[in-house]
Design a protein around this ligand. Structure first.
Ligand SMILES: [Mg+2]
Length: 273
């Protein structure tokens, strides 16, 4: 099996690498494959919306025999494994935090008015947390659409402001920092071309990394939301017929045995199987 063409393996965590409720949550065959690829020099990145403590607890509980080389947490902060612990990539994380703070400081004075409008018109939970001055849990997809339209109009003059949405959940973020740009930074530091990067994700917050800008080998497991499956197919990636970690293992094996499918061919070859 040739491994040279995949030098970086980037996996989302929940629903992609890890299936809550399955035992084991990360399939043993995927663990073995990751260990094998790491032994041959590939680097493994877990790229998640979870916080670092939350992810470390889940990794510990999953009792993995393999360890990721990099973690991207809260969709943007990078941590690098050094021996058995993870060390923050300070210059990237600090720059990310500073840029976000400056952006959020500009928009914060205008938030009370829009939050009051949301509370007047919808039954929605609006709050802030350590990572964002505006987090939303709306009552329905239609409510979320209407609220996000209003936010887009109010903050049309802030091009760096981005809404990260996951069905009825949404929060403000800085456009420059997401799962894609964080993966791009890791790959840049490794001096690895995007064409040697594999990326797997199942939800809309994975779309920024499921991009040819950052990764050549794009995949989604069978349980991925339709929007993600469509995006991966549209980019010539591979949508596995298997779910979560079984799908990631299948996709890695698919690409390892079809080293250079090129745009569109991954989908065609997948359909022919
Ligand atoms: Mg996920």
């Amino acid at each position: 099996m040739a491994t040279g063409m995949i030098q970086v393996i980037c996996t989302d965590f929940d629903g992609t690498l890890h299936a809550e409720g399955e035992q084991p949550p990360v399939p043993a065959a995927l663990e073995s494959l990751l260990a094998d690829l790491q032994a041959r020099g590939a680097r493994w990145v877990i790229n998640t919306g979870r916080t670092l403590p939350d992810l470390l607890v889940a990794l510990d509980e999953a009792r993995l025999r393999v360890s990721p080389d990099f973690l991207v947490v809260v969709e943007r902060e990078i941590h690098v494994r050094q021996n058995e612990s993870f060390v923050a990539l300070a210059d990237w994380n600090d720059r990310c935090q500073l840029d976000q703070e400056q952006l959020f400081a500009r928009i914060r004075p205008r938030l009370p008015e829009v939050v009051a409008w949301i509370r007047r018109h919808f039954s929605a939970l609006v709050y802030d947390d350590r990572y964002s001055p505006f987090c939303l849990m709306a009552g329905s997809d239609a409510d979320t659409d209407a609220i996000l339209d209003r936010l887009a109009a109010v903050f049309a003059d802030e091009p760096d402001l981005m809404v990260v949405r996951n069905s009825v959940y949404a929060r403000f973020s800085h456009r420059a920092y997401n799962k894609g740009s964080a993966l791009g930074e890791i790959v840049r530091r490794l001096g690895c071309p995007a064409r040697a990067v594999f990326a797997a994700g199942d939800h809309v917050n994975d779309l920024p990394m499921l991009s040819r800008e950052y990764a050549h080998y794009l995949t989604a497991p069978a349980n991925a939301v339709p929007e993600v499956q469509a995006a991966v197919r549209g980019l010539g990636g591979y949508v596995s017929p298997h779910s979560s970690g079984h799908g990631v293992r299948d996709a890695l094996e698919f690409f390892l045995s079809n080293p250079d499918p090129g745009l569109g061919a991954g989908h065609r070859l997948a359909a022919e199987r």
